[in-house]
Design a protein around this ligand. Sequence first.
Ligand SMILES: *[C@@H]1O[C@H](CO)[C@@H](O)[C@H](O)[C@H]1NC(C)=O
Ligand SMILES: *[C@@H]1O[C@H](CO)[C@@H](O)[C@H](O)[C@H]1NC(C)=O
Ligand SMILES: *[C@@H]1O[C@H](CO)[C@@H](O)[C@H](O)[C@H]1NC(C)=O
Ligand SMILES: *[C@@H]1O[C@H](CO)[C@@H](O)[C@H](O)[C@H]1NC(C)=O
Ligand SMILES: *[C@@H]1O[C@H](CO)[C@@H](O)[C@H](O)[C@H]1NC(C)=O
Ligand SMILES: *[C@@H]1O[C@H](CO)[C@@H](O)[C@H](O)[C@H]1NC(C)=O
Ligand SMILES: *[C@@H]1O[C@H](CO)[C@@H](O)[C@H](O)[C@H]1NC(C)=O
Length: 735
Amino acid sequence: MTCVLAIVPPGLCKFKDIKWLDLSFNDFEGSIPSCLSNFSNVQLLDLSNNGFSGKIPASTFSNVTSLSYLSLAKNNFSGIVEFRSFAHLSKLKEFVLSDNDLEVKTEYPMLNSTFQLTVLGLSNCKLNKDTGGGIPNFLYSQRELMVVDLSHNHLLGKFPNWLLEKNQKLEVLNLMNNSLWGTFLLPLHCNRTGLLILEMSKNHISGQIPSHIGSLLPNLQLLNMSRNSFLGSIPPSIGNMRGLATLDLSHNTLSGEIPVELAAGCVSLSTLRLSNNSFHGKIFSTYLNMTNLYFLYLDNNHFVGTIPPSLFNVSMLWRLDIGDNHLSGRIPSQIGGISRFSAVLILRGNHFNGLVPFEICKLRYLQFLDLSDNSLSGPIPSCSNFTELKYMHLENNLFSGFIPRALSSSSSMISLNIRHNYIDGVIPVWIGRLSRLRILLLKGNNLHGHISNELCQLKHICLLDLSYNNLFGSLPSCLSDLTFGRSIFLDDFNSGGAYLYLIPSFNVYALDIVLSEATNGLREVGFITKRMENYYKGGILNYMSGIDVSCNQLTGEIPCEMGLLSGLHSMNLSYNQFAGPIPSNFKNLSQIESLDLSHNKLSGTIPPELIELNYLAVFSVAHNNLSGRIPDKSQFSTFNERSYEGNPLLCGPPLSRSCISTAPIKEAPEQDENEDDDNIVSFYCSLAGSYLVFLIGTIGVLYFTSQKHATCFLHIVDSWCAFRLYKLYGLFSCK
Ligand SMILES: *[C@@H]1O[C@H](CO)[C@@H](O)[C@H](O)[C@H]1NC(C)=O
Ligand SMILES: *[C@@H]1O[C@H](CO)[C@@H](O)[C@H](O)[C@H]1NC(C)=O
Ligand SMILES: *[C@@H]1O[C@H](CO)[C@@H](O)[C@H](O)[C@H]1NC(C)=O
Ligand SMILES: *[C@@H]1O[C@H](CO)[C@@H](O)[C@H](O)[C@H]1NC(C)=O
Ligand SMILES: *[C@@H]1O[C@H](CO)[C@@H](O)[C@H](O)[C@H]1NC(C)=O
Ligand SMILES: *[C@@H]1O[C@H](CO)[C@@H](O)[C@H](O)[C@H]1NC(C)=O
Ligand SMILES: *[C@@H]1O[C@H](CO)[C@@H](O)[C@H](O)[C@H]1NC(C)=O
């Protein structure tokens, strides 16, 4: 027997004369109570935001003819709903079926509705899925609509401009995420122009934005036309929308300059998003009258010129993104005045040059700073004010000098990317204090000196790229203390804010329109693995981990503790001078996908245990002094000779050099192996004097060859620090 707590109490059925029945925002489950059909006087029936499931029988609503408000939204109702079964509810005004698992049919048979609705919510209702997904025809006879939500339905057809014409009281029209196409036609005149929210993003609407949009809809507060195919320029009439708080035209093919009228007239804008278009000209070359602007996104356009001083009269900016344009000149010192609150500053991908003004340090609430891909020179901004900074991306500039000590006060830092600059000096010892650091990319600078043990304090690091520097000395064995993916923090890369947009008229339904906004904007970070530069962004970073120290002058043995990094996905130690054996406990790198040890001075054999690395997709030990048989089982059967070239003493497939078959010298414990093609016998051999092995351990390989084509390999596989025990693993193959 299950105990269902969330059932509608049966006693409810006795109250069949009540007028209001509001069960919303509970945890009720099960099917819709059948006694509802007896509630012939009920005017308001709200079952929304529960866990009701099952079909919605037409009979439930056959007698409830007093109903004026009906909401079944946000439940788990399923099946097909014929709109016809509500047609007789002549008093119905507000009707919401959104966000169930329903398939709603409005067309056949013809619906002769007796109602005049004010609120209609059919979001995510697979509307008319079988009959071509057109906009419901019954809407042609509606005159009183105030809120219409047809979003997320695959609706086909043109923008229903007649809805505006016929419904003079329309305030909210949400058509987001459908398949509407054709040009965006608006009525030429409307008697009353009260539309507040027009959300038509994510459709296939094309052509120009109607030139009279601003005079026809002067009261709009939100206009989202993003992710369509609009072209042409922004009509100047937009400046009439003095109450417009959110304007999103991003991801279209709009061009032209930002009209003066927008800058001077849309005085209420708090979010302006023009990203990913082809706008050109200067940004806000004129007077800017937006004192409430919090979010300004102009990235990925063709804007030119400098950052206009007028922008700094906007003292409220939380986020300024003008990345990926053709802006040039110096970053003005007024930038330090933009806001006491600014959290995100993205100027990447422009042609800014010269020094970064020290006033930038005044942005002491900055969390995300991206100045990458410019021509900025001089020292890295040295701001002890940046205590909230989480992401600092400065890659591809001309920055020189040291990594400033002031950054040690940015203890919130998650990602520090200084790739490809001219930074010299050593990796600072204080870097260990940035204990939240997950990404440290210092590739392609002039850093020298040792990799200090302090780096091992960065316990949460998941991407560490020190490649292309002049680092020397050995790899600290304490690197095994680092996390590299062994612990997972889900939130760091998904920071984002959301705020609620309220419209003044009383419509509870409209509160559902939640606009997410703001600091969600971590730029991808580049990291080479599997021989390709991959860009990682957002949550995926929680699952990627790698270390790259390639192209330095590191020496010594590869610490076998590195084998303890069991969460690591990628390791690149290539182009250094590492010597000694490949640690056999690399077999514990159970997540490794890419392992590059090429261009070093490694010796010994390729530990056969590495065949246990099931995810290994790219492997290279090319250009070392390795010897012996190449493992050829599991993943190793997929690597080609390029993985092994430049090691004259390696043999076996995929190399053409075969390991010459020979008869065993000593007793063979595994007789089956005698039948192998190569007639090779492998066995363990415990040397009596194992300290001898210790002595020769660093030599790694003894290579005998006789005139009688007898070749003997002596492999030394060390488990070095893990066990403090040395084994001799001998593979004798002598004829
Ligand atoms: C768009 O709508 C479809 C249903 O028609 C839904 O599955 C999908 O998740 C929606 N996409 C977005 C981005 O909301
Ligand atoms: C606009 O108002 C005029 C009179 O005020 C009326 O005759 C006309 O029908 C109205 N137009 C619409 C589309 O309702
Ligand atoms: C506009 O719509 C797009 C796509 O539906 C959405 O991603 C974006 O957040 C919306 N813009 C605003 C400012 O709400
Ligand atoms: C700037 O906006 C204010 C209202 O916020 C308005 O009074 C003023 O006239 C505007 N200035 C211009 C030049 O449009
Ligand atoms: C900044 O605003 C002041 C008035 O608040 C105005 O006099 C000045 O011209 C504005 N500066 C710019 C560059 O727009
Ligand atoms: C931030 O740094 C700037 C420049 O270094 C300095 O002028 C300012 O006083 C500092 N502000 C705070 C609050 O520390
Ligand atoms: C390792 O680094 C070198 C030099 O940066 C690069 O050429 C190579 O492709 C990298 N290896 C892998 C497997 O990504």
